[in-house]
Design a protein around this ligand. Structure first.
Ligand code: AMO
Length: 434
């Protein structure tokens, strides 16, 4: 008999199989009992006609607590009663690890378990195929991102996560003690990816944790997320950066739709691949849409969660999922973004996915004097950034880049209700464990 499926836990030789996994369910029907064994790839039915099985083995297998980890060896028979089209009649079994009773939460029970209970017992929650599928897709997504950037000549880098200065605003910095000094957890690799543009590496990317001391308890903010950052030299405008992200995101969507078929099916989700190029709206156009939608924002105001949603709804009416919002007011953007001279705007953009920001970026200010002036205008002390500014004093090419929150991208792609669904062990203001 051929190997049943691509699994490390099932081997079939000469009609005999060894199956290993978790006891999902046992049904005792009098003369016959059924054990459903679950592994990474699905379930297998162990069928036990009482009269045909050794009484000791029958007794052992029919009394196992749910979620016990076992190995069962026996004869494989074709069956039209099971999803796999076969069943195993056990001849021997080994219990690797008996599960305690009661379970902290069910794996197959269809009751609605609170998210907190699920996250507190994440090891159990992840046994559900539809939860595991999210993380298999996340892994594939990262591989596809890497494929796309490498194809475009980007070098992968690893920058420090313990830092002397933050780039994205003081209020969201996690301060830590670094021996007898104060230090911070990296909010983004911003300063380092720009320093690297002065080295001639030209195109770099990083996929790594980023930390934000954000007290907001929303479905899209966490205090630790994975940031996919890119930085590229010799650009003429920020639109070249936007074109690069678009190419990468498209590669991810197309690739995941194909490679993640099985997982998407388990989740009951479909990935829509939008037409290219993605539309570009300006901040001013968005402000108009938002105000028509009932808000009263002034020039320079942050669009905010509500504003982004209104723009998202307007774009949805046109069948558009992904779109850029460009030319934000320079005041609303960090010091490292280049101003659009003679206007109150900047060479910056966000990429929004159905009403939610998933990325921001832009062309950077590479001219030392202008950069220092921008820092000072924003009330920052250039001396605190000396290690960064030095790289701008001895030859820095024009450059630009982006940061994408990979969980935000995944959440929108799969239409998940909460960013915590896309993080194995999420961190937020009230969650530090597990
Ligand atoms: P920004 O601060 O907009 O820009 O962050 C970039 C992207 O990171 C994600 N993100 C978050 N995801 C989950 N929880 C959070 N608390 C959180 N904060 C941010 C979002 C966001 O779009 N250095 C710039 C990028 C650049 O210009 O290159 C930066 O960090 O998806």
């Amino acid at each position: 008999m051929a190997v049943i499926r691509d699994s490390s836990s099932i081997r079939v030789e000469d009609g005999t199989a060894t199956v290993r996994g978790w006891v999902q369910d046992i049904r005792n029907m009098g003369g016959i009992s059924f054990l459903t064994l679950r592994d990474r790839f699905g379930t297998v039915q162990i069928t036990m006609p009482k009269k045909k099985i050794d009484p000791g083995l029958f007794g052992l297998l029919t009394k196992l607590p749910r979620e016990t980890v076992v190995s069962v060896t026996g004869e494989v028979k074709a069956s039209n009663q099971t999803a796999l089209g076969l069943e195993v009649i056990p001849a021997s079994a080994e219990v690797f690890s008996e599960a305690g009773v009661p379970l902290p939460m069910g794996v197959i029970d269809k009751v609605n378990v609170e998210m907190d209970t699920r996250l507190n017992n994440r090891f159990m929650d992840l046994r559900k195929p539809e939860i595991k599928a999210i993380f298999e897709l996340k892994s594939m997504m990262v591989a596809l991102i890497e494929e796309a950037v490498r194809e475009n000549g980007f070098t992968q880098v690893f920058t420090p996560k313990i830092s002397a200065a933050g780039a994205e605003g003081g209020a969201e910095l996690f301060k830590i003690k670094y021996f007898d000094k104060d230090a911070f957890l990296a909010q983004s690799p911003q300063l380092y990816k720009q320093i690297l543009m002065s080295t001639g590496l030209d195109r770099i990317f990083e996929i790594a944790p980023a930390f934000r001391a954000e007290r907001s308890n929303t479905n899209r903010h966490v205090t630790e997320f994975i940031s996919f950052d890119g930085e590229m030299s010799w650009i003429e405008n920020e639109e070249q950066v936007m074109a690069m992200i678009e190419e990468i995101v498209d590669h991810v969507l197309v690739g995941l739709k194909e490679k993640g078929k099985r997982q998407l099916e388990i989740l009951g989700k479909e990935i829509r691949v939008p037409a290219r190029p993605y539309p570009i709206l300006t901040y001013s156009e968005c402000l108009k849409i938002v105000n028509e939608g009932g808000l009263s924002l002034k020039e320079g105001d942050d669009l905010g969660t509500e504003g982004e949603k209104i723009v998202g709804d307007r774009m949805a009416e046109k069948g558009v999922d992904l779109y850029f919002i460009a030319e934000y007011p320079e005041e609303a953007k960090p010091f490292y973004i280049m101003e659009k001279d003679g206007t109150p705007y900047s060479f910056s953009f966000d990429l929004d996915y159905r009403g939610q920001e998933i990325s921001s970026g832009g062309q950077r200010e590479h001219r030392y004097d202008r950069l220092v002036a921008r820092m000072e205008n924003k009330g920052l002390n250039p001396e605190d950034f000396a290690f960064y500014l030095d790289a701008f004093r001895y030859g820095m090419p024009p450059h630009g880049g982006w940061g994408i929150g990979i969980e935000r991208l995944l959440v929108k792609m799969l239409d998940l209700p909460n960013i915590r669904e896309a993080i194995l062990f999420p961190r937020d203001p009230s969650r530090l464990s597990p």
